[in-house]
Design a protein around this ligand. Structure first.
Ligand code: 1GP
Length: 268
């Protein structure tokens, strides 16, 4: 079989965002992701959020979620492109949430759960579509962590999250994911989580894997963002918090940029 043109390209151009995430992790540079809700695309607040994301140097957008009620992903990506050059990564809930005009997709294997559909089933259905799409594929071990209430993603995926106070379970799960070849670990307390993932659990995972670690769910203050980053998160994802309080975006962006100052980094 002839290799495709994608396979002939050097790895850093085939996987530009993965290369960026790994390079940033190696150099201790933290990243700030804003999670965009596709259901809000027509609203003025959506465009305003895009403009403010550029002003505040947001690193990446995630687009998606476990339940999308409006199938407007193409329009969402078009609107993002109109206002920004920020790389846009799909955060799909299932194999219907694929939009080839995005930059990349988190190919999530829900390794905290035991539902084969979200470990491999949806991936098999999506594989030929993804292969043709030209999207950069980001193989990601997705771990749901209990946040005190049942989240949409836990309900939809029909999986039990890892208990909040069991860092060793999270660490072993992440290790297994890395050994299976997953390139990123995403620890998620779920959108709007009552409490974010504990620094203890993030720290335990940090000690056990070399992949970049993404942390999200319930980060609704600068202090919570800083706690996750200091515990070992490389990337933080914020959605609900910014929707509720627009001022949080510049505040968290400044906190991330402050942590990325070389002098501060060496003092951490
Ligand atoms: C959810 O990690 C994301 O999957 C973001 O969560 O909306 O609570 O910030 P929030």
């Amino acid at each position: 079989m002839q290799p495709s043109s994608n396979q002939q390209r050097p790895a850093h151009t085939r996987h530009p965002l993965l290369t960026t995430l790994c390079d940033r992790k190696e150099t201790g540079q933290k990243s700030f992701v804003v999670l965009l809700d596709p259901d809000k695309v027509g609203q003025d607040s959506f465009k305003d959020l895009l403009i403010r994301s550029v002003e505040n140097r947001v690193d990446f957008f995630f687009v998606g979620g476990s339940l999308i009620t409006n199938f407007v992903l193409r329009e969402v990506i078009e609107t993002i492109r109109e206002y920004t050059n920020i790389p846009t990564i799909l955060f799909p809930g299932n194999s219907l949430h694929i939009e080839p005009t995005a930059d990349a997709i988190l190919l999530l294997s829900l390794i905290s759960g035991r539902n084969p559909e979200f470990l491999i089933g949806q991936h098999v259905i999506a594989a030929p579509i993804l292969k043709q799409s030209g999207l950069e594929i980001l193989p990601t071990g997705y771990m749901l962590i209990d946040s005190g209430v049942q989240t949409t993603v836990s309900y939809i995926s029909n999986t039990t999250p890892i208990p909040y106070d069991k860092p060793s379970v999270a660490a072993c799960t992440a290790m297994a994911g890395e050994m299976l070849g997953l390139k990123l670990i995403y620890m998620d307390a779920g959108s709007g989580a009552r409490r974010p993932i504990s620094p203890e659990m993030i720290g335990a995972v940090r000690k056990c894997v070399d992949t970049p670690i993404i942390v999200g769910g319930g980060i609704n203050s600068v202090e919570k963002a800083q706690a996750a980053l200091r515990a070992g998160a490389d990337v933080i994802v914020v959605g609900n918090g910014i929707e509720k309080d627009p001022e949080l975006l510049p505040e968290i962006a400044s906190a991330v940029q402050a942590l990325n100052q070389p002098a501060l980094r060496s003092a951490q």
